[in-house]
Design a protein around this ligand. Sequence first.
Ligand code: ATP
Length: 234
Amino acid sequence: MLAIKGLEVRYGAITAVRGVDLEIRKGEIVALLGANGAGKSTIARSIAGLLPFQGEISFEGEKLTPGAAEKNLRRGIALVPEGRGILARMTVYENLLMGIYTRRDKSAAMADVEKMLERFPILGKRRDGLASLLSGGEQQMLAIGRALLSKPKLLLLDEPSLGLAPLMTASLFQMIAQFRDEGLTVLLVEQKARQTLKIVDRAYLLETGRVVTSGSAEALINDPTLSEAFLGGG
Ligand code: ATP
């Protein structure tokens, strides 16, 4: 579904991503792991069309134009950004409505908003409340619900567990694992390696902009060369 070849991304003089190759097949949950600053967000943002890049990113066999965020969204790539990107001064309902702006089938889309409020009852209860009043975990659900409303084929989740309590993180990961049953393909950017490897099919480990290792979740979790420091991070 997604194929990245020789991806390079620079911020001025800083090269954040250096020659990354990566593949995601339809129906897979793939993780991008690595420490702070390894380049994970930069890759997710490049796929979403938010950054200029060199190299090649193909989605369903077609090359993506760097920076074509709205086009990519219409093609079926949705990003839940780090920090969630919730519109704090809008209500929960209004935030969800933002998710359907690329949908042509507006009446079906409006019905999907209602279904989303049922799927996440906590959002349903707070429907007309300000998004800023939600807890971190609830805001993450709102951000994911909003992304799902664009009916993506590929969902990019950038550090969804950031700042969440352990219990909330566990239930969030459980929810992500269930996306597989809905036929969704997911790229999950995370620092919590051990927890992430429990729910994904495959993972890539990044260090200073390069892929240092990749493989099935099972192989990585049992890899004796991967340090406790890396896997111990959750
Ligand atoms: P994090 O968990 O902190 O998001 P990450 O692995 O996602 O880490 P990136 O955010 O992709 O890493 O950052 C990769 C490198 O690019 C870092 O060295 C970072 O300082 C740099 N960088 C990221 N965004 C910018 C920017 N807007 N301007 C300049 N440098 C940036």
